[in-house]
Ligand binder design. Sequence first.
Ligand SMILES: N[C@@H](CCC(=O)N[C@@H](CS)C(=O)NCC(=O)O)C(=O)O
Length: 218
Amino acid sequence: MKLYIGNKNYSTWSLRAWLLIERYKLNFEEVPLKLETEAFYQALSGLSPTHKVPLLVDGDLVVWESLAICEYINDVYLSGEAWPSCPKLRARARALSAEMHSGFLALRAEMPMNIRAKRCVQLSAAAQKDLARIGQIWDEQLGEFAAQGGWLFGSWSIVDAMFAPVAIRFMTYGVELGPRVKAYMDKVAACPAMQKWYADALLEKDIVPSDEAGVPCQ
Ligand SMILES: N[C@@H](CCC(=O)N[C@@H](CS)C(=O)NCC(=O)O)C(=O)O
C-alpha cells in the first residue's frame, strides 16, 4: 500500500489519512511529494483524477480524497475499529468529519497549517465563526467523552484525525479556547504518530508562499 502525501509542514489533508495509517501501524510506503512543484503534478499524472494528495494506492485500487481513504482503511484493515461502535455515535462522528471535510473554508484559508511557524493573523468574521463552531464541537464532545479517554468520542477515531490539523493550526496561531480544549490540543500534539509527523515537518526547508499567512509573533 502506498500513500502519496504533500509537505508535512503544510499538507493537512495528507496528515489526516497518514495519521490513521500510522496510528494503527499498518504496513505502507510513504511517497512524499513537494507541493506546487512540477514533480508533484508529474508524479500524480495518470494516477489521480484530481492531482491532489493524499492519494492511496492499494494493489489495483486508487483512492483519492482523504475521507474516502480513511473509510477504505477502516473497512479493509481495521474491521471498522476507527469509528465509534454505537451506530448513533458513528452517525454523529461521520457528520462531524463531513463538516470538517466540506466546511470551515474561511478558517482553512486564513490559518493554513504551518507547523514550524508561530504566527499572528487577523481573522475575518467568517473565520471567527468557523473558529467558534470548532470550539463548540470540541467542547461538547469533550464534555461528554473526555473522561473516557480524552479523544472526541472517548477512544481515538477518524474524527480526531479529521480535526488534528486544526489543533496544530491553533498552536501555530496561538488560539486559546479554554482548559478542556487545551488539554485536547496537547493530547493531539503529544500522540506518537503526530510527534513523528512533527519531527519530519521540522526538517523540511521548502516554502509554499500561499501557506505563509500572518506575521511572526513577538
Ligand atoms: N478534498 C481533498 C483535498 C486534497 C487537497 O486539497 N490536497 C492539497 C494538499 S493539502 C493538494 O494536493 N494541493 C495541490 C493542488 O491543489 O495543486 C481531500 O480531502 O483529500
